[in-house]
Design a protein around this ligand. Sequence first.
Ligand code: IPD
Ligand code: CA
Length: 274
Amino acid sequence: MTIDPARLLTLAVRLARQAGDLAYRMRSEAASGSALQVDTKSTPTDVVTAADRAVERLVLSELRRERPHDAILGEETGQHDVTDREESRVRWIVDPIDGTVNYLYGIPQYAVSLAVEVDGEVVAGVVRNPVTGQEWTAIAGQGAWRDGTRLTGSRCTDLSQALVATGFGYDAQRRAYQGEVIARLLPKVRDIRRFGSASLDLCMTAEGIFDAYFEKGLKAWDLAAGGLIAKEAGLQVTGLRGQPAGPDMTLAAPAALHQGLHDLLVELDADGGP
Ligand code: IPD
Ligand code: CA
């Protein structure tokens, strides 16, 4: 049976809007961050709110209804395989709220990120900021879009003039190491930005707002949709030393900046350390 990525994207967009509305409503009703029910995950600074869980539950239950034979990977609930029939070719990758710390603090920089894989390749993705209503989408081989505008990345060609976005992990030792890398990178670029949502960082790089982005430690749900959007905007989305983008390193940059930033990150051993 043929699988149509455009139809999968249509569903993903509908779910991202429903999910984003729920996240936004729960945040408004909580009024202040302290009214949100919060637990911690890998470290005391790695938080999960009741909204992360409720939004993921909503997406999972809608997917179960609409696409009962697809597998799902959710940040908060892990992998859901389909056991009652032959292995599904389709897998959904769900980050209910990317930028949870921003969400907790009421900073309007968080997103719902939904991606769809077919046979292990991401074929469609949507990232939606429920506060601004901005929505980025891509289908593999068909370009990346933000609300009807085609995305083509930055035209910057000089690394010393590049505004580079990045992010930090939740583990204290890893952060210390990442801070050292940034200290040595900072004199070589225009400036750096740490906005706190990897999927939005990738989308803003796809849009050319940031000239480039890199981060060590991304999980599948941080990278899947935003990575496709960046790639479809014409950016090179890779790891270091010929590796694919992934947990060790994700670097997204236009061709004119990619090699220079890549080589600098190798020199700084940005994918090393804890
Ligand atoms: C985090 C954000 C952050 C990035 C971290 C992610 P979460 O995701 O995307 O910008 O630096 O690597 O874990 O925890 O808010 O879903
Ligand atoms: Ca998340």
